[in-house]
Design a protein around this ligand. Structure first.
Ligand code: BGC
Length: 757
């Protein structure tokens, strides 16, 4: 205690010094930008608000034209999709040397799960339930992309998603606002580091603001219509968390909110983002989102440009609507100079914070830059991240882990595949660096026989579409029946079948919605033939979304969900299959039994007629042909060992508005392997002024237990744990009865009760 007392004055001085340094920096920034803006013409200011695309990737429906000339004329503030120090330097020099004021540009890229060293897709990373690990993957991505000339990433994507038909569910953290918020914060911290001016920091961009994950029917770019109460309690928290973590930029979403597209929505971009949340960075649109407001029916090109600027957009991605119309809109007095100045200042501030005015070629002069990329350490971390992300969904008769003495039939179109394991948004990855499952098996020296068994899909229309968009999916010369026969013959020579099946990377991600989310028919046929051999089957899944796996779950012996696991996928899968690593991932999104159950999510409302298990009682909220329960619930994931949970002990049963309650469980590893468990704590408010979810995640801890070991796990709750937005959108906790549940999944059965007074 005395030590703490002694330390306090020191800490206070440190805090004051830090605050002072920050103030000095703010003053310096203001006077620098004041002076710069005094020199800028209106045209130059508008140029700062223009983001064009040029370079290696195409990530939208149109490409920018004459970009180099436009840079030299001072019409461009930022570039998307160019990377590599030489390519970036060439363009940066045009901005710095060929324009009147030499203002450097931002260079942005979708670095969303790694730059060259690829980590699992974000939905996979989230399944690690390990925010520190996720932060470190973002740090590595920042270091690699910064070395490669990038200073801005369009990540984290924090859209809550309850509909697995939506392909972009792959890019986010799943269905939960609490977990999603923690992950949003970690990613922002990982990318931006302690100081944006550092050579290893890049500017983060939280997207897609807002509610994009609730697109109708899971169709990309579609309509969203949602109550404010749902917005504030479920969908907005992760964006807000990113703002609180200091994210430097925000990207608008393609959907509408209350009938107004996000890109022209003043309530969203100004009232919520700036006034309620105090966001100080800049807002960029999504790709051509200003122009798309014409298709939405919001007016002509000038009108939608006016809407966007007035709503609070600072930078226009690829529409070139700002450069085309802002000057004219000023002349017509439809917008003001002040509005342009505000947007321009925000963009310049970001460049200042990144240190680009001090050194526009930051990171572009390092001859050894390649040594920072794909290092053995980064690869090792990618392997660890992939291992922590994988979720064991079924393991009958403890088939897994496999034994070195067994002969394995490695079957499936994804088994020797190096390209799809990258998943959507490969940034600067190269499939040559990827380890396929077959390579993982070979390196581990296990005994296996291989047969492809099926094409990823035999649907010629789908193939055409996927391949037109970079799918590179080949169709085998053998016909589907021959492929299956070969696979069955191979399987018959083995002890265990490992079937590596799932989606190609283009079947998930942007513009990759599916109405049926099972395995493609060709692979389903193969799996049925493999099961018919009577040999035990381990289904190793690669996919970017929850799949419908009802038949698979009933018929195969073991299922391992590996997502698109990135560069080290094959090694990580091998480690798990042979038990070098015990799986510990847990789902962050519910897996439906069938598509008819969608939307499906654990934190649903009770309704006035909840189903209580009696099928003869007709008038309840349910289906006649399928249960309301998901196949695999949120939070679910098995281990090679077993964890036993004790009853919950509460330190007291009454919580006051200034007090705390500690909930304790003892978790024991009762199985035969050491392993990690994600201990999850949920609450339910039994009555409220608005209806409350049946469960809400409010805490979790990932613990490691040696076999036979026990640990007490404590969760502390106070009034803040219980707060939510009421019908007046006030953030309150309401007195009343609460239940608390602790366990290894959202269907945890141990419960206790307390009262908030
Ligand atoms: C996507 C964004 C992405 C942008 C730039 C858009 O189509 O919706 O998520 O950041 O393209 O590539």
């Amino acid at each position: 205690m005395r030590i703490v007392q002694k330390l306090i004055p020191g800490l206070l001085i440190l805090c004051m010094l830090r605050a002072n340094a920050q103030n000095t920096q703010e003053v310096k920034m203001k006077s620098f930008i004041d002076a710069l803006m005094k020199k800028m013409t209106l045209e130059e200011k508008i140029g700062q608000l223009n983001l064009l695309t040029i370079g290696v990737d195409v990530t939208g429906p149109i490409l920018s034209k004459d970009v180099e000339q436009k840079i030299k004329r001072g019409y461009v503030g930022a570039i998307l999709n160019t990377h590599g120090p030489a390519a970036v330097r060439k363009l940066q020099e045009m901005a710095v040397k060929d324009t009147r004021l030499g203002i450097p540009m931002l260079f942005g890229l979708d670095v969303i799960h790694g730059h060259t060293t690829m980590f699992p897709i974000p939905l996979g990373l989230a399944s690690s339930w390990n925010p520190d690990l996720i932060q470190h993957t973002a740090r590595i991505a920042a270091i690699e992309s910064a070395a490669d000339g990038i200073n801005w990433t369009y990540s984290p994507m924090v859209d809550i998603a309850r509909d697995p038909r939506w392909g972009r569910i792959a890019e986010g953290a799943g269905e939960d606002p609490y977990l999603g918020s923690l992950i949003a914060k970690s990613m922002v911290k990982g990318y931006q580091g302690n100081n944006l001016a550092d050579k290893t920091s890049i500017l983060a961009c939280v997207k897609h603001f807002a509610l994009y994950g609730a697109a109708e029917g899971g169709r990309d770019y579609n309509t969203v219509d949602m109550s404010k109460v749902r917005m504030y309690n479920i969908y907005l928290p992760p964006y807000k968390a990113a703002i609180e973590a200091g994210v430097g930029s925000v990207m608008t979403s393609f959907n509408e909110i209350d009938g107004i597209p996000a890109t022209g929505n003043k309530w969203l971009l100004t009232d919520v983002l700036r006034k309620q949340w105090g966001f100080k960075g800049f807002v960029v649109t999504d790709y051509t989102a200003i122009n798309e407001m014409m298709e939405h029916g919001m007016g002509d090109s000038a009108k939608v440009t006016e809407l966007a600027l007035k709503a609070g957009v600072d930078m226009d991605m690829v529409s070139e609507a700002f450069v085309d119309h802002l000057q004219k809109l000023i002349n017509e007095k439809r917008i003001t100079q002040t509005e342009i100045n505000t947007a321009c200042r925000r963009v310049l501030e970001s460049k200042f914070k990144l240190g680009l005015f001090d050194d526009p070629y930051k990171n572009l002069d390092d001859p050894d830059y390649k040594e920072k990329i794909l290092t053995p350490e980064n690869r090792a971390y990618a392997r660890k991240a992939a291992e922590e992300s994988m979720v064991l969904l079924k393991n009958e008769n403890n088939l897994l882990p496999l034994k070195k003495s067994q002969t394995i039939a490695l079957i499936g179109p994804l088994a020797d595949n190096k390209q799809d394991i990258t998943g959507p948004h490969g940034a600067a990855s190269n499939i040559k660096n990827n380890i396929s499952v077959m390579e993982g098996f070979t390196q581990a020296g296990v005994h296996f026989l291989f047969a492809k068994g099926a094409n990823i899909t035999d649907d010629t229309l789908l193939l055409k579409e996927l391949n037109a968009n970079g799918g590179n999916i080949t169709v085998d010369k053998k016909n589907p029946q021959q492929l299956i026969e070969d696979a069955v013959n191979t399987a018959n020579k083995a002890d265990v079948i490992v079937a590596v099946l799932g989606e190609s990377q283009g079947m998930s991600g942007e513009a990759a919605s599916r109405s049926e989310i099972g395995l493609p028919q060709s692979q389903e046929d193969l799996l049925k033939a493999l099961v018919a051999t009577g040999k035990p089957v381990v289904l190793v899944l690669m996919n970017g979304r929850p799949l419908t796996l009802d038949w698979e779950n009933k018929n195969v012996t073991a299922i391992l969900e590996t997502w698109f696991a990135g560069t080290e996928a094959g090694n990580a899968i091998t480690d798990i299959l042979w038990g070098n690593v015990n799986p510990s991932g847990k789902l962050t999104v519910s897996f439906p039994v069938n598509v008819g159950q969608i939307p499906i999510y654990y934190n649903h409302k009770n309704t006035g007629r909840p189903y209580k298990g009696d099928i003869l009682f007709k008038y309840t909220s349910r289906y006649l042909d399928v249960s309301n329960d998901p196949l695999f619930p949120f939070g679910f994931g098995l281990s090679y060992t077993n964890f036993n949970y004790s009853d919950i002990k509460l330190s007291k049963n009454i919580l006051t508005t200034t007090g705390k309650i500690t909930a304790t469980v003892t978790v024991t590893n009762t199985g035969n392997y050491d392993g990690a468990e994600v201990v999850q704590m949920y609450i339910r408010e039994m009555t409220g002024t608005i209806t409350r979810p049946v469960r809400e995640l409010k805490g979790f801890q990932k613990i490691f237990l040696k076999k036979g070991e026990s640990k007490n796990v404590n969760f502390t709750l106070d009034v803040n744990t219980l707060k939510f937005y009421n019908s007046d959108l006030k953030y309150v906790a309401e007195p009343g009865n609460f239940k608390i549940f602790i366990g290894g999944s959202s269907d945890a059965t141990h419960e206790a009760s307390f009262i908030l007074k």
